[in-house]
Structure formats: structure tokens, C-alpha cells
Design a binder for this molecule. Structure first.
Ligand code: SAH
Length: 216
């Protein structure tokens, strides 16, 4: 998509992503395609491609481009997958995923955020994203199992329903830790066996629900 931010977006890929370990050509292509500025407030559009997270409505945040790209790359999507995302927020991460897999199922607990994200998905004709208002720590049972799961809010532990709803083989990336700082966890399921690997430290807003933090 060509727009007034095309050059800025390409610079984001060349300067923030490539030199810092993002090498999957499909991920780089998706990051240079998806118009990140449409997922933030009009007043913040000029800052949308900066090397930092940004505030969105309801005290939530859209992650730094590098974190979105790194979490996406970790899932090693080939194109045929059905992916579950917990924490739609602005919709940006779901949009990036939708360029790289068959279908994205994304769950958000705050209605105003979900409504905003849906508007942008429609505007961009990203029709392979299905979204739902709910407590995502319960997963999305009707559409399980998922080939990959990505949680974009910090959790005290890995929610059991998400492990159950992960396909075999399948993988999940999720920030686990305390309220302030978490470690990205990479979970894989293979022949019935679940393994967890710890990746880098991150800061996410809290995952709130039955199998997350109990309150805001
Ligand atoms: N992926 C988003 C980042 C959003 S920040 C983006 O690209 O913009 C994390 C989001 O998780 C917030 O919108 C928050 O409301 C949501 N969230 C927190 N707990 C949740 C839960 N139990 N179920 C669904 N969404 C949740």
C-alpha cells in the first residue's frame, strides 16, 4: 500500500528491525505493508513509526514495532495457520499477523478498543480477521485448536485454557511475569509434550481475567 508514510515505514524496517534480528522476509514485508499510523490517534500519526510504544485508548498501549515484529517472527508462520491473539488493542498486531497466516482470531475485553480496531480492519479490507469481545484468558473454544497463539498483555502465568486450545504441533508466545516487567515465554506443543523457553524481558499492560490478573 502506497501512502504518505511509505518511506517512513520502509525506514522503520531498515533501521529498527533488520539490524536487530528481524530477518524473516515475510515478517519484514508485512511490517513494511501494514499502515501502523491508522491504528493510533490522528494526533499521534506522525509518531506512529518511532522506535517506541504509543498510548491508545483506555490506558492501553500499542507495542514498539520491534516487539511486534519479534513476537511475530517467533511464531514462524508459513501461511496456512489459524492464529489466536489475546489483546486486540489497536488491532495492529492482528493486522500484521493477518498478512502472514490464513486466519486471525483476536479477543479483546474493552469494547471501545475492539470497535476501533474493527473499523480499521474494514477500511483496509483485512477480512481474514475475526474478533470478539470477551475474557481472552479463556481462549476461544469454538474455533480451537489454534496452530499458534500470541498474547499481547502480561500475565502472572500461562493460562491453562490457552495451552489446551493450542494445536499439536503448535506454539505460543506470551509475556509472563509481574505487573511491571515480564519475560517473553515461547511454548511449544509437540507429540503431546509441552516445552517452555524464556526469551527477552518486555513490558506489557496487564492481562486481566479469570486466568490472568484478577483486576485492573
Ligand atoms: N496487540 C495490541 C496491544 C494491545 S495492549 C496492539 O497491537 O495494539 C493489550 C490489550 O490487551 C489491551 O487492549 C487490553 O485491554 C487487552 N486485554 C487485557 N486483558 C485481556 C483479556 N483477558 N482478554 C482480552 N483482552 C485483554
Amino acid at each position: 500500500m502506497i501512502d504518505r508514510f511509505t518511506t517512513v515505514r520502509e525506514r522503520m524496517v531498515q533501521e529498527q528491525l533488520r539490524p536487530r534480528g528481524i530477518c524473516d522476509p515475510d515478517v519484514l514485508r508485512a511490517m513494511s505493508e501494514v499502515p501502523r499510523h491508522l491504528f493510533v490517534d490522528d494526533a499521534l500519526q506522525a509518531k506512529a513509526y518511532g522506535d517506541h510504544p504509543l498510548p491508545i485508548a483506555s490506558d492501553q498501549t500499542i507495542s514498539q514495532p520491534l516487539i511486534v515484529a519479534a513476537m511475530t517472527q517467533t511464531l514462524q508462520l508459513k501461511g496456512h495457520e489459524r492464529v489466536l491473539e489475546i489483546g486486540t488493542g489497536s488491532g495492529y498486531q492482528a493486522a500484521v499477523l493477518s498478512r502472514l497466516c490464513a486466519k486471525v482470531y483476536t479477543v479483546e475485553r474493552i469494547n471501545t478498543l475492539l470497535a476501533g480496531a474493527r473499523k480499521v480492519f474494514d477500511k483496509l479490507h483485512y477480512y481474514n480477521i475475526l474478533s470478539r469481545l470477551d475474557d481472552g484468558t479463556m481462549g476461544w473454544r469454538e474455533h480451537a485448536p489454534f496452530d499458534a497463539i500470541i498474547v499481547t498483555a502480561g500475565s502472572p502465568e500461562i493460562p491453562e485454557p490457552l495451552i489446551d486450545q493450542l494445536a499439536d504441533p503448535g506454539c505460543m508466545v506470551i509475556p509472563v511475569g509481574d505487573r511491571r516487567v515480564q519475560e517473553l515465554h515461547y511454548l511449544t506443543k509437540n507429540d503431546g509434550e509441552v516445552a517452555v523457553q524464556r526469551l527477552e524481558s518486555v513490558r506489557f499492560v496487564s492481562l486481566i481475567g479469570e486466568h490472568g490478573w484478577k483486576n485492573d
